[in-house]
Design a protein around this ligand. Structure first.
Ligand SMILES: [Zn+2]
Length: 328
């Protein structure tokens, strides 16, 4: 009766040591990228809590340096920077200004922490007065080709300031090629591009818009970001970005799109990044603040899910917390 005529899966779950031995996926500090919001302000001590993202802040340059410095002590290896300029205009000119806030932040961080991998978000929506990711025509249409020229200029200005990698998030067509050509023409052939290749028009970005002050004044982003209902289209987008020169493919958001991460993993050999977005963060934080869930266990399970789905890199607002937990 109790011979080996059925599968005894529990044998390999009986002790923490054996469970660890057969564990297939693990979160390493080097996998994590922490996003930061840096504000152009004269107030050096500016550190404003983001109401919809408990534990996250808009930071002055000095405060950014402090937060990053503390996280590095815990093992943080990489950051993704978003800038919030003092002045916005129709063409988002602060996005590609040599003295713009992100450019200054890159210079500051690379000067203080040369080993840190500094990645910059490349888009116009934090810098345009209308809050859109590109140039808008008189009829209210977001114009693709004039926009990608500005994105390429932005990327170049970030790299000139010292960025190790650029991450275009706009979802305009042809922007990876435009950025690659611009970087190469200016001698930056070694700088990689992490493409937000598969970015969905998602309700999960809600809290970010407060954080980055980038809510569109009219309309939405559905003419450039993908329809959440589509997965074959994700492969076409990824393929196009790879052909144009992307080095890393990103899927955004993360949790509702684990199937997409897996499809990309099965179809491409490129490193894949998952963006665990603001809405995913805020849901867990809100539930944890109510005492409804075990935050640490829930976050670790969520992030492990990204790895299991096939992601190599995880961009997450939990990065600072996770590094603290991993150190314990
Ligand atoms: Zn944008």
């Amino acid at each position: 009766m109790f011979d080996s005529d059925f599968y005894r899966g529990r044998r390999l779950r009986m002790s923490p040591g054996v469970r660890a031995m057969v564990r297939e996926n693990e979160i390493r500090p080097a996998d994590l990228v922490m996003p930061y919001f840096v504000v152009e302000t004269d107030d050096k001590a500016f550190k404003k809590p983001i109401g919809s993202m408990p534990g996250q802040f808009q930071l002055s340059l000095d405060e950014l340096e402090k937060s990053v410095g503390a996280a590095i002590k815990n093992g943080l290896a990489s950051v993704l920077l978003f800038g919030i300029p003092k002045e916005k205009d129709e063409a988002g000119s602060q996005a590609y200004a040599d003295e713009g806030i992100v450019q200054e932040a890159v210079r500051r961080l690379k000067d203080r922490f040369p080993e840190l991998v500094v990645i910059t978000d490349v888009c116009l929506c934090e810098y345009t007065s209308h809050g859109h990711c590109g140039m808008v025509s008189k009829g209210g249409e977001i114009q693709n080709d004039p926009t990608i020229e500005l994105l390429a200029k932005s990327a170049l200005s970030h790299v000139r300031a010292g960025a190790d990698m650029v991450a275009p998030s706009d979802m305009m067509d042809g922007r990876i090629l435009a950025i690659r050509e611009m970087l190469d023409e200016n001698g930056f052939t070694s700088t990689p591009i992490m493409s937000y290749a598969v970015k969905y028009a998602s309700a999960f970005y809600g809290p970010f818009r407060e954080a980055a002050d980038s809510t569109p004044k009219f309309g939405d982003r559905k003419t450039h970001q993908m329809d959440p209902a589509n997965s074959r289209e994700a492969l076409r987008e990824a393929e196009a970005d790879l052909a144009e020169g992307a080095d890393i493919l990103m899927v955004k958001p993360g949790m509702p799109y684990l199937d997409i991460i897996r499809q990309l993993r099965d179809n491409f050999d490129t490193p894949i990044a998952a963006y665990n977005v603001s809405g995913e963060y805020s849901m867990v934080k809100a539930a944890a603040q109510n005492g409804w869930v075990d935050e640490e266990r829930m976050v670790m399970e969520m992030l492990t899910g990204f790895k299991r789905a096939g992601a190599d890199i995880i961009i997450t607002y939990f990065a600072e917390d996770v590094l603290g937990w991993l150190k314990k």
